[in-house]
Ligand binder design. Structure first.
Ligand code: MN3
Length: 228
């Protein structure tokens, strides 16, 4: 065999193996992870998030994280019945599992983000969640201001979260795929502040997007259901 052919095959062989495994898994209907269902129609959050943004975000970005994850875990123990949450936790902080963590965490974060919103959302939290927000932030309006400030302050791509830590609620920012799931925090709500989440509708106006999220989309019942 020509040396150049041999080296080309050496480069291609691992890819070919990975792709073949992923294709085999898909064709057998055993892809380990599937795109979580969107809890509403793609146009349901208009005019605050357009159907166009939602279409790209859900069927391209979120789908790509799930597809990449399936390719990466094909042939590993993670492909045999691990939950998405297990993959996120078990790959976190492992230098050689960066791509698995990034794609697993982004798959989980997006599923959580869709549930953090609903058509006709916004308004006021109630009951135990309202009490906890009042106690931790001094009121719902103060919470919203702090959430908005954190969203604008997140440098580059990432997420803003309302989390529960022990008895108190906090707002945290994470970069890229990072998630409270691996920091001992119980997530209640999140807003995606990667540019792909808002650029078609708001261009560089991230603050307007997050304000619309808080005033018109946030699903307080979902957040309350996550309280421990
Ligand atoms: Mn996103």
């Amino acid at each position: 065999m020509q040396p150049f052919l041999r080296s080309a095959l050496c480069i291609l062989a691992p890819w070919a193996g990975m792709l073949a495994a992923a294709e085999a898994a898909e064709s057998a209907g055993t892809a380990a992870f599937t795109l979580s269902a969107l809890p509403y129609a793609q146009e349901a959050l208009e005019p605050y998030i357009s159907a166009r943004t939602m279409g790209f975000h859900y069927t391209k970005h979120h789908q790509a994280y799930v597809d990449n994850l399936n390719k990466l875990v094909a042939g590993t123990p993670w492909a045999n019945g691990s939950t998405l949450e297990q993959v996120v936790r078990e790959s976190a902080g492992k230098a050689d599992q960066g791509p698995v963590f990034n794609n697993a965490a982004q798959s989980w974060n997006h599923g959580f983000f869709w549930k953090s919103m609903k058509p006709g959302g916004g308004g006021q939290p109630e009951g135990r969640l309202l009490e906890a927000i009042n106690k931790s932030f001094g009121g719902v309006e103060k919470f919203k201001e702090a959430f908005l400030t954190a969203a604008v302050a997140q440098f580059g791509s990432g997420w803003v979260w309302l989390v529960q830590e022990g008895d108190s609620l906090n707002i945290v920012k994470t970069s890229n795929a990072d998630t409270p799931l691996v920091h001992g925090q119980n997530a209640l709500l999140t807003c995606d502040v990667w540019e792909h989440a808002y650029y078609l509708d708001y261009q560089n106006r991230r603050k307007d997007f997050v304000k619309a999220f808080l005033d018109h989309l946030v699903n307080w019942e979902f957040a309350a259901s996550q309280l421990k």
